[in-house]
Design a protein around this ligand. Structure first.
Ligand SMILES: [Zn+2]
Length: 451
C-alpha cells in the first residue's frame, strides 16, 4: 500500500490522460476515438507486463482483453469494465469542458471519470502496485473492458460466448456502480429487471363527432382509463394475476441488512419533491425500490390535446407501461400475464393489443458464497468501515449477461458516489474514493489469493 500512497498523484495524472479521449460510443463520428481509446488502455496494460494484451474487434466498438496468469493454483478473477462514455449534451451546462478533465474540490471533473474509466483504472493501478513491488499478482486475473456498455452491450454476449476460454474465471468483479453513501464501502447484490410494453386501445376508424356518435360507440380513452385503473389496489399492490408468483420474498436476513443502512427517508423524499412516500403496503421504501416489483404507467396518449375544446370520440388511446422486476421474475412471462390481464378487463366495444418494447432480467448475487465475505473484508480494510450489502432499483442488463455466461459469482464492487452526475453534465470522481478504490482492489486480490 506504500506504493499506492507514493504514486497517488501520478495515478490521477494517468487517468486525466485517458479521459481526454472522447470515447462516446453512441456517436458514429467518434468511432475512431473508441479505437484510439482501446489502444491507449491496451498500451497502459502492456506496460504492466501482462502476459497477453489484445484489442478485440467486434461488430461494433473494440474491447480490450488482458491477462496475468502468474499464480498457479490460485483463483482466477475476471474484471469487467467499459471504456466507452455517455454523450456530453447539453454541453453548455459543463463548468469545464468534458474532455479537458480538471481538478477542484477534491474531485476530478470530466466525462467518463467515474463511469467507467476511473473504475477501470482503479483495477489497472492496483495491478500495477503488485507488479511494480512484488513482481506478480497474488491471483490470476483476466480483464475485459468493452466499448459498448453505454449503447446496450450489443456484442458482449457474443464475445463471452466466442471467447469463453479466454474469459474463464472463478469469480467476476464488475466495478461500474455507486456506493450507498460517502465513505461506505458497498457491494451491490441485487438489480431489478425490466419489462416494458405499450398497450393500445382501438375504437372507431377515425375520431367521431361526440354529438352525432357519443353514446353510440365505446370511447377508447374512457376504456383505457378503466383498464389502467384495474392494475393496482388502493395500497399500491399489483392486481395482475400471477404477477408476484415468481417474485422471491425477502429473507429476514436481507430485511435486517436493508434496515440497518443509514437511509434518511425524509431527505430522500425532499430530493424527489413529492408530497409523500407511497407504495406497496408492508414494505419499507428501500425494500420497495430495491426488492419489490413495480408496475408504472410512464405515459398516456389519446384524444384531443390542443388548446380549447374539441368534441370528439377519439379513435384510439395508448399507454406505455414499465414493470421493474425482481428475481426470479422473467420479462416474457410478465408481458404475457399483462397481455392476458388487459384482454380480460377490456370493456366491450374496443380492441386491445399489446406491443413489447424492451426488457432485461433481474440479478441477485449468491451471497451465501464465501467470496462475498472475502470481498467485504477487502473493501473494509481499505475504507476502515464495515462493508454493506445494497441493491440497485435500476437495471444493468450486462451484469445478468455476464453472470449467466460465466455461471460464477459476480462481485459488484463500485466506487461511484450516488450524486456524481454519471450520464449528466459535470460528471465527477471523488479523488479520495479513487485512491481508496485502488487499495480496495489490491486488498481484494490479496484476500482472494488466500482463499
Ligand atoms: Zn458504466
Amino acid at each position: 500500500m506504500a506504493y499506492v500512497d507514493a504514486n497517488r498523484a501520478r495515478f490521477v495524472d494517468d487517468l486525466i490522460e485517458w479521459v481526454r479521449i472522447p470515447s462516446v460510443s453512441s456517436d458514429p463520428a467518434h468511432a475512431p476515438d473508441l479505437v484510439k481509446n482501446a489502444e491507449h488502455l491496451a498500451a497502459t496494460l502492456r506496460n504492466l507486463g501482462a502476459g497477453r494484451v489484445e484489442v478485440w474487434s467486434t461488430a461494433g466498438h473494440p474491447a480490450v482483453f488482458a491477462e496475468w496468469l502468474g499464480a498457479p493454483g490460485k483463483p482466477t478473477l475476471l474484471v469487467y469494465g467499459h471504456h466507452d462514455v455517455q454523450p456530453v449534451d447539453p454541453l453548455a451546462e459543463w463548468i469545464t469542458p468534458p474532455f479537458e478533465p480538471s481538478l477542484r474540490d477534491g474531485r476530478m471533473w470530466g466525462r467518463g471519470v467515474v463511469d467507467d474509466k476511473g473504475q477501470v483504472y482503479i483495477h489497472a493501478k492496483a495491478i500495477e502496485s503488485f507488479v511494480k513491488t512484488v513482481g506478480r499478482l497474488p491471483i490470476n486475473l483476466r480483464m475485459i473492458v468493452e466499448g459498448e456498455e453505454e449503447v446496450g452491450s450489443a456484442n458482449l454476449e457474443t464475445l463471452l460466448r466466442e471467447r469463453a476460454e479466454d474469459l474463464a474465471a472463478d469469480f467476476v468483479c464488475v466495478s461500474d456502480t455507486a456506493m450507498f453513501g460517502r465513505g461506505i464501502p458497498s457491494l451491490c447484490v441485487g438489480l431489478r429487471g425490466l419489462a416494458y410494453l405499450e398497450v393500445f386501445v382501438d375504437g372507431p376508424a377515425l375520431d367521431l363527432h361526440s354529438g352525432s356518435f357519443g353514446g353510440g360507440v365505446a370511447n377508447p380513452v374512457n376504456a383505457l382509463a378503466r383498464i389502467l385503473a384495474t392494475l393496482h389496489d388502493a395500497d399500491g399492490r399489483i392486481l395482475v394475476e400471477g404477477f408476484y408468483e415468481h417474485a422471491l420474498p425477502l429473507k429476514d436476513r436481507e430485511r435486517r441488512e436493508i434496515q440497518s443502512l443509514p437511509f434518511d427517508e425524509k431527505e430522500w423524499l425532499r430530493s424527489t419533491g413529492a408530497p409523500a412516500v407511497f407504495g406497496e403496503k408492508g414494505y419499507s421504501t428501500l425494500e420497495r425500490i430495491w426488492a419489490r416489483p413495480t408496475l408504472d404507467v410512464c405515459g398516456i396518449s389519446g384524444g384531443f390535446q390542443g388548446a380549447g375544446a374539441k368534441t370528439i370520440i377519439p379513435a384510439r388511446a395508448s399507454a406505455k407501461v414499465s414493470c421493474r422486476l425482481v428475481p426470479d421474475q422473467e420479462p416474457d412471462d410478465i408481458v404475457g400475464k399483462l397481455t392476458a390481464h388487459f384482454a380480460g378487463v377490456a370493456p366491450p366495444g374496443v380492441r386491445v393489443r399489446v406491443e413489447r418494447l424492451h426488457g432485461g432480467r433481474p440479478y441477485l448475487a449468491p451471497t451465501d458464497h464465501p467470496v462475498y465475505e472475502v470481498a467485504k473484508r477487502a473493501f473494509s480494510r481499505a475504507f476502515g468501515k464495515p462493508t454493506v450489502f445494497m441493491r440497485e432499483g435500476g437495471s444493468i442488463p450486462f451484469v445478468r449477461t455476464i453472470a449467466d455466461a460465466t455461471g460464477k459469482p459476480c462481485l459488484l464492487m463500485g466506487f461511484g458516489q450516488p450524486d456524481e452526475n454519471a450520464h449528466a453534465p459535470n460528471e465527477w470522481l471523488d479523488l479520495e474514493n479513487y485512491h481508496l478504490g485502488i487499495k480496495s482492489a489490491a486488498y481484494l486480490y490479496d484476500e482472494l489469493g488466500r482463499m
